[in-house]
Design a protein around this ligand. Structure first.
Ligand code: HPA
Length: 273
């Protein structure tokens, strides 16, 4: 694998942030990049200036890394991710997460937007990933293994760290946010799922469906970093809602949830170190 390019990117991140050793990195998903706007004294590093970083193509994904200290903890915020459906290979999709870990981050917070198929889940809900279903037949670890990065056969029993989930629940209680837990099924996109696919995923145990996060989780676990992931439900998955989705309604719900997301993540990030 591309050990040297990961190292070069990590060095660039460290140099551009005045030698800061980041302990936590967070990836902001679709519609959540605006979280980075309010960060105090952040050093902005455009992805173009980090060698090897793929440029995210989806509108609303910023393509900037922010180096910040929250409660004295150095944290790297990645606003924007590359998706598999854009044509990036999975090695590219997971590159930023790998570089962040190589730059010191032992814990990764992944966030995303998703459609809900789990009972009781509603648009606007924030959901901790308890586990995932990889329904794509793809894996970022396909190919020769580089033992310097991690093991050939990584264990995914506790892919989403139970201790970090407990910390997140404690933080959520403090800020009076109802933080749900569920299983996330990864589809490649870019089409949304068919209603039949959503029913399949639901019967297999999925509560949310989406197009990201899982490859990054796999790569992070490969490198031994701890992972926590939060999904913002932006809509009921295809076929779950009675009628057609109202785009305005979805946006309004997402907007309202972003405030809660910010409150939760602000408090949570320093606790993850
Ligand atoms: N499906 C897949 N990805 C998504 C969805 C969905 O319904 N909503 C937001 N991202």
């Amino acid at each position: 694998m591309n050990f040297d390019s990961i190292q070069r990117a990590a060095d660039a991140i460290t140099t551009r942030s005045s030698g800061r050793r980041h302990r936590v990195a967070a990836v902001l998903g679709s519609g959540l990049s605006s979280y980075a706007e309010h960060l105090p004294n952040a050093i902005a590093i455009p992805y173009e200036e980090i060698p090897g970083f793929p440029m995210p193509g989806v509108q609303g994904h910023a393509g900037t890394a922010y180096s910040v200290e929250l409660e004295g903890v150095p944290i790297l915020i990645l606003a924007g991710r590359a998706h598999f459906y854009e044509g990036h290979g999975l090695e590219q999709v997971v590159f930023a997460v790998r570089a962040s870990i190589a730059a010191g981050a032992a814990t990764i917070l992944l966030t995303n937007a998703s459609g809900a198929c789990g009972d009781g889940l509603q648009p606007g809900d924030l959901v901790l990933l308890r586990d995932h279903l990889n329904l794509t037949g793809q894996n970022p670890l396909f190919g020769p293994n580089d033992d310097r990065l991690g093991a050939r056969f990584p264990d995914l029993t506790n892919a989403y760290d139970p201790n970090l989930r407990a910390i997140a629940q404690e933080v959520a209680r403090r800020v009076e946010i109802d933080l749900r837990e569920g299983v996330y099924a990864w589809f490649t996109g870019p089409t949304y799922e068919t209603p039949a696919e959503v029913q399949m995923a639901k019967r297999m145990g999925a509560d949310m469906v989406g197009m990201s996060t899982v490859p990054e989780t796999i790569a992070a676990r490969h490198m031994g970093a701890r992972v926590i992931a939060i999904s913002l439900v932006t809509n009921l998955a295809a076929g779950i809602s009675g009628g057609p989705l109202s785009h305005e309604e979805v946006q309004e719900t997402a907007e309202a949830a972003r405030d809660r997301f910010t409150r939760l993540v602000d408090l949570l990030l320093p606790q993850l170190a």
